[in-house]
Design a protein around this ligand. Sequence first.
Ligand SMILES: [Zn+2]
Length: 479
Amino acid sequence: MNEYSAVLLRGGTVLPMDDARSVLTGTDVLVVGDRIAAVGQDLDTPDGALVVDAADGIVMPGMIDTHRHMWQTAMRGYGADWTLTQYFVWFYLDHGRLFRPEDIHAGNVLAAIEALDAGVTTVVDWSHGLRTVDHADAAVDALRSVPGRHVLAYGNIQAPPAEWTAAPEFRDFVARRITGDDMLGFQLAFDVTGDPAFPERPAFEVARDLDVPVTTHAGVWGATSDDGIRLMYDNGFMTERTVYVHAASLSADSYQRIAATGGSVSVSTESEQSAGQGYPPTWAMREHGIPVSLSMDTSVWWSGDLFSAMRSTLGADRSREHLAAHAEDRTVTHCSLRAEQVVEWATRGGAHALDRADLGTLAVGAKADVVLIKNDHSPVSFPLLNPYGHVAFQAQRGDVHTVLVDGRVVKHEHRLMGIDLAAARRGVESTVNHLRAAMGEEAWRTGMNPDIPETKVLDNPYTYTEYRSAATHSGTVGA
Ligand SMILES: [Zn+2]
C-alpha cells in the first residue's frame, strides 16, 4: 500500500459525478485509506499526507471499462484493418488455440498496466481465451500482479459454454481464486447463438447457482440476434446484472426486453464503427431508457483509453442524428447527446453495470479510485472552461497526471508507480515470438494484411490529374 497515511488533491476542478453533475472549482479531495474521506474547500492536511497540487486540473472518479479482451493486448494493433470476419477467423478458428497460459498472462499484464496509465481504474477482463483452467489461473495471476481493480469475465471460445461451465476443474477454480475480494469480481462471459434448443441454458444455470452476472455479446450483426434475447427472456435469464455487449443490431422488441428487465448495455463505439456489429446504439439506448457503460473491446484494433471511447461515442451519436435529420430535410439545432453524459457513462455507468454504487463517484465514503487530469506542459490544458467537454474532447492519456486505485497511488506526475514495464515488455515479446513461429511467416503476414476489395473510381469529366489516392494503393505492413 501507500507510504502515505492520506492523499490530498488540492484545489482542482472536481467532477464528483453526482446526480446534479456538479462542477466544483477550487476544491480539495481527501483520501484516507481506501475511501474518499472529504470533498470541500480548504481542507486541513492530515499529518503524513501526500499533497498533490490539482490546480488547473480536473479531478474525477477512475474510469470503468466493462468489456475488454485483455489477453489480446499481446497482439496490439495487429488487426487494425480487420473486419469482424477476419477477427473470428483469426482468433476463434485459426490461431486462438495457440495462446498458452503465459500468453494470456502477458496480454493481461500489459492491458492492466495500460488501463491504469489512462485512468481506467476498473476493467472487466472479457476473457474468452481460457481454454484450460491453467489459462484462467494465468489470467488471475496477471490481474493480481497489477494494482488495478478487475472483474474476470470467464469465457472459452473453444468449447460450448454448457461444457466448460460444467467442468469440475472450473468449479474448483472459482472456489480457489474468486474469494469475494472487491479488487477481483467475477462474471461468466459467453454468447447466445439463438439455436432454438437453447444449448446455453446449463451455463446460465451455473451463473445463477454461483450468483454471478452473465456478460454476453448481443446484437452482433451476423452472429447474435433477437433470437438469443428472446430465449434469455423466455427462460428468465435476463436480470438487472446482465451486461449486453454492443447490442448494436437488435429490434425495438429486444431493447424493450432489456429495458424491462433492468440490464445494461456496454457500448464499444470504436469497435462497432469499424468491425461491423452494427451502428453504435447509444441513440437507441436513449430512446429505450437503457443504462449505458463504455468499453474499448480489444487492443488488437483500438485504443485502450476511455477518452477515445467517449469521443467516438459522441461523434457517432451526433453523426447519426445529423444524417437522420438530413434525410428528412431537417437541421439538428441542438445536440441530444452531451459531453457530461458520456463522462457519466465512463464512470457511473460502468459502476451501475457492475452493481458497484461505491465506484464511479467521488461521494464521501466511496472507494478511492481517483484520476487527476492535468498537464502543465500541454497547450491543450487551458483554458479550462467546460470541464466535461474538456474530458470528452480535449484530454488524452498523456494528460493523466495522478491515478489512485483503492486509495493507492498507482500513477503520479505522469509516471506509473511500482510497475515493471520492462517485464511486461519481455512477456509480450515472448508471446509475439511464439505466435509468429507457430503460425509461420506467411500466415503471420497475411493475417495482418487482409485483401483490399477492388474500388472502381467513378468517371469524372473534371479529372485532369493522374494522381489516385485510395483506389490504387495497396501496401503490405511488415513484409
Ligand atoms: Zn468483445
